[in-house]
Write a protein that binds this ligand. Structure first.
Ligand SMILES: CC(C)(COP(=O)(O)OP(=O)(O)OC[C@H]1O[C@@H](n2cnc3c(N)ncnc32)[C@H](O)[C@@H]1OP(=O)(O)O)[C@@H](O)C(=O)NCCC(=O)NCCS
Length: 215
């Protein structure tokens, strides 16, 4: 008898397909008690008290702990800095995200990739009022799925922000990031050039990265 595919199976493959070489990625459906995957140090660093938020952060770290263990870094805590950015071990860049149901993570050795950002969203259209806040005349949606283009743009700007922040330490608004989806490129108001890839099935995930050569 064939086993039904795991809820994560299709997304794991879709994210791996958009990841550049050397970037390890994963996802996890957020489960009851996932907050127990936070190490004591991580748990102390996360100020949120709401169980759903702590569960999501625990699920994302469960993925990241596994990705780091695969490259020989076991038992590493990924605490949250006061800025919100995750603190990676020396020589590693990475990023975490969660929507209401799914957590995702990406890690890579610092080198060819200088910084990573990831975001996940349900594959549903973005409400018009939010699209009006997120998009500017500098954005290029190109051939992206019309129904989902707004949500992809939203996801892309959050992923780009997460990749840029550790390098530039600048808080950016949606209006500070110009995205060209077909070119797989974004530029921030600080001049930071970020590359990106995205998938839309079974969820929208954008993986953004700063090339080591672009530093
Ligand atoms: C980073 C930010 C966009 C994340 O958005 P979110 O919808 O709350 O949450 P997501 O699930 O997408 O991502 C959460 C993860 O982002 C990461 N993150 C938070 N702040 C970060 C930062 N400054 N740099 C890099 N990563 C960051 C954390 O790992 C966090 O996971 P954790 O709480 O489990 O540690 C948001 O927290 C933020 O700082 N916003 C201020 C700036 C902004 O909103 N600008 C408009 C978008 S460009």
């Amino acid at each position: 008898m064939t086993r039904p595919p795991s809820p994560e199976g299709a997304l794991i493959e879709a994210i791996a397909a958009i990841a550049p070489g050397g970037v390890r990625t994963g996802c996890r459906l957020i489960r009851e008690a996932d907050e127990t995957h936070l190490t004591p140090e991580e748990a102390r660093s996360i100020p949120a008290r709401q169980p759903a938020i702590r569960r999501a952060s625990g699920a994302a770290r469960w993925i990241a702990h596994g990705l780091l263990a695969d490259i020989g870094m076991s038992g590493v805590a990924i605490s949250r800095a006061p800025s919100g950015a995750p603190l990676w071990p020396a020589g590693i860049t990475g990023s975490l995200a969660h929507d209401d149901e799914m957590a995702v993570a990406a890690v890579a050795p610092v080198g060819r990739i200088a910084s990573l950002g990831i975001d996940v969203e349900p594959a549903q259209p973005l409400p018009d009022d939010i699209f009006a806040i997120v998009s500017t005349s500098a954005d290029r949606i190109g051939t992206a799925d019309r129904r989902l283009a707004g949500r992809i743009l939203f996801c892309a700007k959050e992923a780009v922000y997460k990749a840029a922040y550790p390098l530039d330490r600048q808080i950016l608004g949606y209006e500070d990031i110009a995205v060209d989806l077909d070119a797989g490129r974004a530029t921030t108001k600080t001049g930071r050039k970020v590359s990106l890839g995205y998938c839309i099935v079974p969820r929208i995930v954008v993986l953004a990265f700063v090339d080591g050569d672009d530093l």
